[in-house]
Design a protein around this ligand. Structure first.
Ligand SMILES: Cc1cc2nc3c(=O)[nH]c(=O)nc-3n(C[C@H](O)[C@H](O)[C@H](O)COP(=O)(O)OP(=O)(O)OC[C@H]3O[C@@H](n4cnc5c(N)ncnc54)[C@H](O)[C@@H]3O)c2cc1C
Length: 356
């Protein structure tokens, strides 16, 4: 194989391009928009054991994150420090740098027409797309999705409400959470995602902001939102191209974290295609695929609980157990030890703990 087609330059497309380059194959990338990584996103990228198959370009790092403050239904739970680390990244800068570093032939404003195996090129004409990775994101995902909306706000010279921490506010009725993420200096993102319509989410977000004296006076820059695939894996092909990233369900259903799972799945799908293995088998057997499936089981379980049971579960988990589940690590020796400290959580999670 001399070249590999990649449709979409989100995290999954960038991962596929990096793998192709590492294996001596030229990635040819078709991205519908004028820049990569434009999907609205909190841009949080945790540092996790096992890491990423590509290094994060230095100049794409906007902030270092050193933990999170957790709340449930307005009540402070705890501060998670020491085992939740990561970055807030400029996705556009990060993805473009990875694709350029991979020596990719990048076509922007080049939209793939599903069913036609062709891409319409911006200067006129079409390119034929045959063997490759399909990384077009959530519109091509066949499972359940939720919505998320966020305000980008300017903190200006005022003190930053979060600093180098994230704020996560679980909402047990919504089965979702509101969040405050720092961005580049002087800006924050305040968002919410969960099982409600975009309109209801906007109303809940408004009320969340209104209750906070440190948020309600801030200048609002932009309201944005998108869907998130939370229904677990949806492996398959689009016109013979192997789906990766959010199109294939590589998003952690409890947290909505999709950058890391998408990057890894794009990388592995491309590697398998080039090396001649079965890409679908490879994707199915990845640790991140197991993490998606485990979180999906927990989400289904929690969806069947009463609001009181959900609250009780969230409150009884230790900070370390929260991190272990949220990051999709599910390391047996850590999780079982942590759950032994919270019998209530152990009984509520029941069957799921037997699968760990
Ligand atoms: C509000 C919100 C906040 C989020 N916050 C976080 C977060 O903090 N951390 C995190 O890890 N995840 C977060 N996510 C999830 C994360 O953004 C996605 O899961 C991730 O971007 C998916 O990567 P992807 O490459 O599969 O798809 P995308 O990032 O959606 O990229 C797909 C690309 O394909 C292009 N494309 C689509 N169709 C075509 C076509 N026909 N032809 C050519 N190109 C096409 C698109 O223009 C796009 O650039 C958030 C999501 C939302 C909605």
């Amino acid at each position: 194989m001399r070249s590999l087609s990649v449709v979409g330059l989100g995290p999954a497309g960038a991962g596929a391009a990096a793998a192709a380059s590492r294996l001596g194959v030229k990635p040819v990338i078709y991205e519908a928009m004028e820049k990569p990584g434009l999907k609205p996103c909190g841009r949080g990228l945790p540092i996790v054991d096992g890491g990423l198959p590509v290094s994060i370009p230095r100049d794409s790092i906007l902030r270092r994150i050193r933990g999170a403050r957790m709340y449930v239904d307005g009540e402070f739970l705890f501060e998670m420090k020491g085992f939740l680390d990561g970055y807030i990244v400029d996705k556009t800068v990060m993805l473009e740098a990875i694709a350029v570093e991979a020596g990719g032939e990048i076509h922007y404003r080049a939209k793939y027409k599903p069913g036609s195996s062709t891409v319409r090129l911006p200067g006129g004409g079409e390119a034929r797309v045959e063997q490759g990775v399909f990384a077009g994101g959530h519109p091509y995902y066949g499972g359940a999705k939720i919505a998320a909306v966020q305000w980008i706000m300017k903190t200006g010279p005022r003190s930053d409400p979060v600093g180098d921490m994230l704020e996560i506010h679980f909402d047990t009725e919504l089965l979702g959470y509101a969040y405050i993420f720092p961005k580049e200096e002087g800006f924050i993102e305040v968002g919410i995602g969960g099982f409600a319509t975009p309109r209801e989410l906007r109303e809940r977000l408004e009320s969340f902001i209104h209750k906070r004296s440190d948020l309600r006076e801030l200048e609002r820059v932009k309201l944005e939102g998108a869907r998130i695939a939370i229904g677990g894996l949806d492996l398959g092909v689009v016109d013979g191209l192997v789906k990766a990233g959010e199109a294939a369900g590589f998003v952690l259903p409890l947290t909505g974290e999709g950058i890391r799972p998408s990057l890894i799945s794009g990388y592995e799908a491309a590697s398998a295609l080039i090396e001649g293995g079965s890409p679908l088998e490879k994707l199915r057997s990845l640790p991140i695929a197991r993490a998606v499936s485990m979180q999906k089981r927990i989400l289904d379980l929690v969806a069947g609980m009463s609001v009181e049971e959900r609250r009780s579960l969230l409150k009884s988990l230790t900070p370390r157990a929260h991190a272990e589940i949220a990051l999709g690590m599910f390391r047996k020796h850590i999780l079982l030890k942590e759950l032994a400290r919270s019998p209530r959580a152990l009984s509520l999670l029941g069957l799921v703990t037997r699968l760990i």
